[in-house]
Design a protein around this ligand. Structure first.
Ligand code: C5P
Length: 213
């Protein structure tokens, strides 16, 4: 069973996908974390072209409730949360050739296996055959509030207005990119999480999963 969970930054997709993968005992693929890992390495190595990253890609391990990324033998998963790395990730994500390559990277990582995969395009382009596709939404203000909470929990100082502006800007860039503009898959079920707890969203998805297996 492949479950694809999509939605904009701060829609709750990471929290919900992680909890869902734990409940179902399925590996969890956080595609945003992998984009961030590529962005981090791109910055660290000072590469000219992000496509060169695929010559020596990071090692990605997918486990229930956990995606971990290793580079040059070091676990870099905890180094990827900053706004700077997120901004670079969003920039390289706007390059069509990079998206093509990273989508292939995700498909070969999972192969025929089961997964709860989360991030942009998972339902539309990465796993278009996934039998369960969920698209989470929430107001921009609520998403900024959640992002600030998340950053502060990681000990990263956060300013609500700046985070809100960054979210709106990133949404625009992601929506307007020429290839793969950001949109729900036609067969995705849309859930507005603005006033729902992660547990309530997980329960909703679990009942959809039961209907489809
Ligand atoms: O999900 P997260 O915010 O950590 O991802 C960082 C950035 O990487 C996103 O803003 C987006 O531009 C890009 N991304 C993407 N497609 C994905 C995952 C992330 O374009 N599947």
């Amino acid at each position: 069973m492949k479950i694809a969970i999509d939605g904009p930054a701060g829609s709750g997709k990471s929290t919900v996908a992680r909890k869902l993968s734990q409940r179902l005992g399925l590996p969890y693929l956080n595609t945003g974390l992998v984009y961030r890992a590529f962005a981090y390495i791109y910055r660290e190595e000072g590469l000219e072209n992000p496509i060169l990253l695929f010559e020596n890609p990071p090692l990605v391990k997918i486990l229930p409730a956990e995606t971990r990324v290793f580079y040059k033998g070091k676990d870099i998963s905890q180094l990827l949360g900053s706004e700077d790395v997120g901004k670079t990730a969003s920039e390289i994500a706007s390059l069509p050739a990079f998206r093509e390559r990273i989508n292939e990277f995700f498909r070969s990582l999972v192969g025929e296996g089961q997964v709860v995969a989360e991030g942009r395009d998972v339902g539309t382009h990465i796993f278009p055959d996934a039998p369960v596709k969920i698209f989470l939404t929430a107001s921009a203000e609520e998403r900024a509030r959640r992002r600030c909470e998340q950053l502060m929990a990681q000990g990263i100082p956060a300013n609500y207005q700046e985070v809100l502006r960054a979210i709106v800007e990133r949404d625009e860039r992601d929506k307007n990119r020429p290839l793969y503009p950001f949109r729900p898959a036609e067969d995705a079920i849309v859930i507005d999480t603005t006033s729902l707890s992660p547990e309530e969203v997980v329960e909703k998805i679990l009942s959809l999963v039961k209907e489809r297996v």
